[in-house]
Ligand binder design. Structure first.
Ligand SMILES: Nc1ncnc2c1ncn2[C@@H]1O[C@H](COP(=O)(O)OP(=O)(O)OP(=O)(O)O)[C@@H](O)[C@H]1O
Length: 251
């Protein structure tokens, strides 16, 4: 509760103000409508709802991967309605890390090289610094001995942990995850969940994750429910950061 209550007093990292997104088809498709929300520092937020309700659409809008038709998304206090795609890309690269249901690692690259990609795109570190940072991130995810392996030489759970490592590459304050455990077995799923939990509790990150799992949502701190593109519930789901399992990820 302490972390969540303290977070409530801080400036939001992501805000949606009257956000709607309508696809301009022959028959217009409304993905989300009238969304108002604020995501604050160190929150671990679940976005839940039935299939096709607009969860991914909302996450993409929050991550500046899509633009609202009306309303505005603010990221790290910055209004984003009138900035160009280069600027949006820069905010994504420094402020946000993305994890998807499928890892989307580049198959011809090693785990280390995949984690280095966002650092390379930002261009702030030397080759040696990028390499050292990637290895440090992989070690923190229990993957030290897998740094030189390509995705096809790793298990599904290991690949998804590399994808988390890639999301952490530029040390963004916010991680946005779309069904991050959706294609994993129970054990790997628990490992990835424990990593996300620890990112919030131990490293002060903010994590927003779309999930079908109500059990998982109950172990996060807040649940935003979407039905037919609208927020139908927004509630605290967990009272304390103490009881969560912080099991170290296995190799
Ligand atoms: N490009 C598109 N063209 C047409 N319809 C779309 C498009 N993108 C999304 N939709 C529709 O918009 C609705 C919301 O989609 P979205 O992927 O956000 O839902 P979701 O809650 O994440 O679903 P799921 O849980 O199945 O992943 C769905 O009915 C989907 O079919």
């Amino acid at each position: 509760m302490a972390a969540t209550a303290a977070a409530a007093a801080e400036a939001p990292l992501i805000e949606a103000v009257n956000v709607s997104r309508v696809l301009d088809e022959a028959v217009p498709v409304t993905l989300v409508r009238d969304i108002n929300l604020a995501i604050r520092p160190r929150e671990f937020v679940a976005i839940t709802g039935p299939s096709g309700s607009g969860k991914s659409s909302l996450l993409y809008l929050m991550g500046l991967l899509d633009l609202p038709t009306t309303g505005e998304v603010r990221v790290l206090g910055r209004p984003t309605a009138r900035i160009d795609e280069d600027e949006r890309a820069r905010i994504r690269l420094t402020g946000l890390g993305f994890v998807f249901q499928f890892h989307f690692l580049l198959p011809e690259f090693t785990a280390r090289e995949n984690v280095m990609l966002p650092m390379r795109a930002l261009g702030r570190l030397s080759e040696a610094e990028m390499r050292a940072r990637a290895d440090e991130i992989l070690a923190s995810l229990g993957l030290a001995e897998h740094a030189g392996k390509r995705p096809d030489q790793m298990s599904g759970g290991q690949r998804q942990r590399v994808a988390v490592g890639r999301a952490l590459a530029n040390d963004p304050p916010v991680i946005l995850a779309d069904e991050p455990t959706g294609s994993l077995d129970t054990r790997s799923s628990e490992q990835v969940f424990a990593i996300l939990r620890a990112l919030v509790d131990e490293r002060g990150k903010t994590v927003v994750a779309v999930t079908h799992s109500l059990d998982m949502a109950a172990r996060m701190d807040r649940r935003i429910q979407i039905i037919d593109g609208r927020i139908t519930a927004d509630e605290r789901t967990r009272q304390s950061g103490v009881e969560a399992g912080h099991a170290a990820p296995g190799a």
